[in-house]
Design a protein around this ligand. Sequence first.
Ligand code: NAD
Ligand code: UFG
Length: 349
Amino acid sequence: MNSQTVLVTGGAGYIGSHACVELLQAGFNVVVVDNLCNSKSEALARVQQITGKTLQFYQADIRDPLALANIFEQEAIDTVIHFAGLKAVGESCQQPLRYYENNVYGSMVLIEAMQQANVKQLVFSSSATVYGEPPSVQYVEHFPLSPINPYGRTKAMIEDMLRDVSAADQLVKPENPWKIALLRYFNPIGAHASGLIGEDPNGIPNNLMPYVSQVAIGKLAQLSVFGDDYPTPDGTGIRDYIHVVDLVKGHIKAITALQSDKFAAGGCQAYNLGAGKGYSVLDMVKAFERVTGQTINYKIAPRRAGDLAEFFADPSLALQELDWQVEKTLDDMVADTWAWQTKNPQGYQ
Ligand code: NAD
Ligand code: UFG
C-alpha cells in the first residue's frame, strides 16, 4: 500500500478531480487545495463516492502564502501536482494581467511555500500551447517554445521558472535537488467511466467536445465548425485528443519516475502527454454520432482567430521515460463524455 501524500492544487477541477480518483485508487493520501473559482466542491464528494475513500480539502487560494504554509504544516506532503490555474485562451487575451497574476504569481507563491516546507517533488500541468507554431505539426519536447497567447505565455513562464529553480538548487544544494515533471497536455476530453465526474464548463463551452455534447443533449442549438478550408484532408482542424483518465495516469507515472534513478540528481523535464495522432473536427462529430446515436446539428463557420490547422504529440519520450502511453480509444472518449453529459445535464448543479 502506498502511504505517500500528494497535494493536488486545483483538485476540484476537471482534470484534478480525475487525478484525485486515480491517486486514491493507487493508494496515495490526497490533499486538495482549490479556491473553487472554476469548480464545485460536489466534484470532490463524487471523487469520494467513486473511490469509497476520503480526501482532505482546503478551500484556499494558491496565492495565499499563509494558507499554503498552514497546509504544509498540517499535512505531511511528499509531492505536489499543480493543476490550479485559469485556462481559457480567449479570456486570457481580454484579461492578461488576471492570467499572469493567477497562474504565474500563484505558481511563485506555491514554489516558495514548497521550498519553505522542503517539499521538492512537483508535477506541473503545462500545455501543448507552449509550442506556438513550431517547425513540424508533430510536436517534440526539444522544440523551441513560442506561445501565441497570454494563457500559453503563463505556462511557458512557469516552465522557465521551474527550470531556473531546479538548476539553481542542483548547483547549491545538490544533496537536496528539485525533481520536476512538466507535463504538456494535448487535448484532454472524456470523463470517468462512472459518469459521476466530468467537465462542467461555466456558460457556453469554448472547447469542441463539451460543445458537441451540449448540442447532442439539446442545450445548444448548433455547433459551429470553425473553418473547413485548412490544409487538412477534410479541411477542418486536427487535434490530438486524449482521454482524461489516460492523462491523469500519466501523472502517477511521473511521480514514480521522479522517485527513480533517472531523477536521483534532480532535474526538470518536459513530457508530451498525447496519443500521437490527430482527429479532425468532422472526425469527432462523426464519432460522436456513431457512438451515441445522436445527430449533431452543425454548420461550417469562419475560422476562429488564433487556431492552428493541425498539431499532435510525439509521445515517445513519455513512453521511454515514464512508461506511459494512452490506452483508451476514441470511442471510449466519446462514450464517457456522453455518459457524463446524460447523467448530469446541468453539470454538478
Ligand atoms: P479547471 O478550471 O477545471 O481546473 C482548475 C482548478 O484550479 C479549478 O478547480 C479552479 O477552481 C482552481 N484554481 C484556479 N485558480 C486557483 C487559485 N488561484 N487557487 C486555487 N485554486 C485555483 O481546469 P482543468 O481543465 O482541470 O485544467 C487543469 C490544469 O491543466 C490547468 O492548469 C490548465 O491550464 C491545464 N491544462 C488544461 C487543458 C484542458 O484542455 N483542459 C489543456 C492543457 C493544460
Ligand atoms: N472547434 C470548433 N467549434 C467549436 C470549438 C472548437 O470547430 O465550437 C474546433 C477548433 O477550431 C479546433 C478544434 O475544434 O480545430 C479543437 O478546439 P478546442 O477549443 O477544443 O481545443 P484547442 O486545440 O483550441 O485548445 C485546447 C485548450 C487549450 C490548450 C490546447 C492544447 O483549450 O487550452 O488545447 O492543449 F492549450
